[in-house]
Design a protein around this ligand. Sequence first.
Ligand SMILES: *Cc1c(COP(=O)(O)O)cnc(C)c1O
Length: 700
Amino acid sequence: MQIPTLPSSIVLPRELSRFTELVYNLHWTWSAAARDCFAFVQPALWAATGNPVDLLQRVPAARWQALARDVKFLRAYGRALAALDSHLAGPRTSGYDARGPVAYFCMEYGWHECLPVMSGGLGVLAGDHTKTASDIGLPFVGVGMLYRNGFFIQQLEPSGRQANLFPRHDFSRWPVRPVAGKNGREVIVGVEFPGRVVRAKVWLVQVGRVPVLLLDTDIAQNCVGDRAITGQLYCRGREVRLCQERLVGIGGVRALRALGIKPAAWHLNEGHCAFLQIERLRELKKRGVKFDAACRRITANTVFTTHTPVPAGNEQFDPALVEKYFAGDCRELGVRFKRLHEMALEHPKRGPVNLTALALRLSSWTNGVSKLNAKVENDVWRHFWRGKPDRIQAVTNGVHVDTWLGSELAALFDRYGGPDWRLSLSDAAFWRATMARIPDSAIWAAHAAQKRRLVEFCRERTAAMRARHSAAPEDVLAAAMRLLDPDALTIGFARRFATYKRADLLFSDPKRLQRIVNRSGRPVQFVFAGKAHPEDGGGQELLRRIFQWAERPEFRGRIVLLEEYDIAVARRLVQGVDVWLNNPQRPLEASGTSGQKAGINGAPNCSVLDGWWPEAYDGTNGWDIGAGREFANPKRQARHDASSLYELLERDIVPRYYKNRAAWIATMKASIATVLPQFNSERMLRDYVQQGYGPAAGRI
Ligand SMILES: *Cc1c(COP(=O)(O)O)cnc(C)c1O
């Protein structure tokens, strides 16, 4: 599927004419050859921004002229192009053979920090999903929104209060381009809103072979109120939120049609996009299909993934508000609004419009994102099916290995697994054998290099924050030079600061924690990061408390809280820490993926048996906080889990790290050998194709 874009105005020397292709195809986010080429162009600029569009716009013409004659650069450039071309022409091994692609709708995508249109795990998962669809050659097209103000940028004030910044992003600085229509102009789709038509411009993000269409209402044709619809991801205002969901669903289908795309299967990634089904009903109505038959048709080839049992993730609206926006659609469909409302009810007869309920009714196959999560979701939704058998299947999340694996470890895999190790991602025996071949000293050296990069990064970020807080120059310098000990046991905790993730569990007994971190000869340090939703007072309070603990003399330098948790921070953390900590309130963590990213980098997980971890934990590859014991009282549960965490640290983790390096390295290897083959996104995508997409596409 080739989607044309408007030409860019940048002119490069003829020899380098394909450089823009490298920049605007996000394949570079998982191609080391492309990134090496970018680094060559202007190392300091690349290191500072990590955004290749900056290279195009800021490197002067004279430099490009020089590069066009630089043999070393031309070699790097040739290698990058060869990698891209071989990816684009690579074998298609997905096994999906329907006539049309899979259309995947999601409110957020996380591919790289230079394209901030995500808030957390759901977005990163969607990013990894599209990258993997390209890897296996699955015919696939994504749909979402381009947010003028993104999610928000997090700054921590000297008090630990979270400041939420909403900058106006300049899309010309992002690796996205406007889609070009047949007339050579941009493609605009219109969606009826009360008393007006809202227009959305269609942008393209090219992810390897996979196009992703993002809608943007911030254009001159719209009034100021409508221009703000695609302003913020997960905005507070309920009505704007409904407008966004109407836009992405209805406008998304129209964008696909404007480009002549005829999907054979549809994937609602979370209920937020469920309104796309209303547009598909309208299409069928126009072709004369009766309402009930049309519902059956659109349901048959739709799959739906639910990602959380937590109420905030299950969108609900006041029916009167929904009627205001959907009355016209109902008239066109020849049904009363009551009919639409009934399809979106969780409980019989009355209640809010629930998009998860709507998505459940209008999909023929549904999944949760881990085995435990599927079980929990089935419990949550059992009343909904009224005695029918459980319907929610499990496809456990996985992570895109080339995105998250550190370069030093990748080099070790090249050397000891052979250059084709990417063809054996899900082969457990292959990974066991490869780990057995890697010398302990080699894996330790690779890990140490990745860890040094993390320490440097924490120093830079913390020094910058202290400078912004106008700390004394010595304090800024101390952070820049001495923060964190690259030889000390380093434990990472980073995720959204939703309260159920219990970021402060570690501080349940500060005295005991102080003894753990400060024991002479066996220091332990923790790096925290995470954003709290601007509406989540509880999450912001957690952040403030951790910030203040980190400032106390007894924890200073041992506990670090980084600002602005994004993909850049996540990448350094999961590649550099020694242990990944996760202590959610079971069973609210639907899957969790950050632990998988750390696990493939040889950082064993120390986690509550929630989400994906019960499927992975085998006694050799990490630790289980709380040993699966459950208490009805959340306070009691927290006391139990905290004391279990301290005990694991005191009795096993710290001594093993400092006193028994061979045992430690065995744990690292066990982590890679068990987590990588089972929790990579290729395994996940093949599950989706076999269980979801293939059967759905066959039901037309
Ligand atoms: C992986 C990732 C997440 C998801 O982490 P969980 O463990 O699922 O909470 C959130 N944010 C960023 C930036 C990530 O990279």
